[in-house]
Design a protein around this ligand. Sequence first.
Ligand code: SF4
Ligand code: SF4
Length: 322
Amino acid sequence: MDEKKAIVFDIGRYRHTDGPGIRTIIFFKGCPLRCKWCSNPFGLSPKLQLSVNPERCLGCGRCVLLCEREVNSLLEAKVQVDFSKCTHCFACIPSCLGQNRAITGKAYTARELFEEAYKDLAFYRKQGGGVTLSGGEALMQPDVAIELLRLCRSNYLNTCLETSAYTSWDILQEAARYCHTVFVDLKHMNPQTHRELTGVGNERILENIVQLCQWAPERGCRVILRIPIIPGYNDEEENLIRAAQFIRRLKGNPEVNLLPYHNLGEQKYPMIGREYEPDIPAMLQNQDSVMQRSKRILEGHVAENRVSLGGDSIALTGRGTR
Ligand code: SF4
Ligand code: SF4
């Protein structure tokens, strides 16, 4: 029988975020959420998909002639793509003179992904580090994600998982079994607002966080809750206080990591025919004060020294490996 494969849209090497030391980050394709501020739009669809960068179009018109579905047209010598008609057959990719067309995503078995990560072993050994599963949502392709974590863990690599926790407890628990650290996002505490901002309610996520925090401490698994601070979307005081009250009741005194908003994924949206919605300035003039204010509110309600700013969580200096 063929081994199961998962679709991955990127393998990031030599990263210093999302876990201790130098990391290889595996970005799985497919996500059950649709956060309005998502910075990884290539991770939304679980399927292989066409991406086009019109900035690099040479206006040769080959794709216009080649595609029978009339997806492509030229306007002032630049390609226009109607993604709603595209079947993602990828026939137009080889003929593109501007080389601006690509398949986003590639299928891998768990062992193939492990072998990709293992190429970076020298970096993990030198400075600590390991493998982080991210996305999209890695647990939407649970068989490969869990097997990959198992392979990494049994080969003494540090393992981290970034997840929305919008999955069944059984899948989350099975994945966490092989993790040194699990990062879970807390995007909004109000179920209705959470649904408006992300497309799904937060009930299942909160239940999974409660269970994970009960289960993890005795298994040597760290839980770090992450709150992306999205100005105008979830940074109101009431929401942050509710988040802090929820966190305070959790077992194991989990750490909290506040992540500043950025719009680095914005230019990827048109490449796959999507629109970026948030109207938040790229570099907030007052970002430091927004983050410090959020931190102060959280710290007023959770245990001292458990709240950190940015990707460099206080937890990560501990190197995580056992
Ligand atoms: S991927 Fe296929 S359907 Fe889509 S634009 Fe290219 S040739 Fe047309
Ligand atoms: S084939 Fe490539 S370079 Fe030529 S018009 Fe189409 S997108 Fe532009």
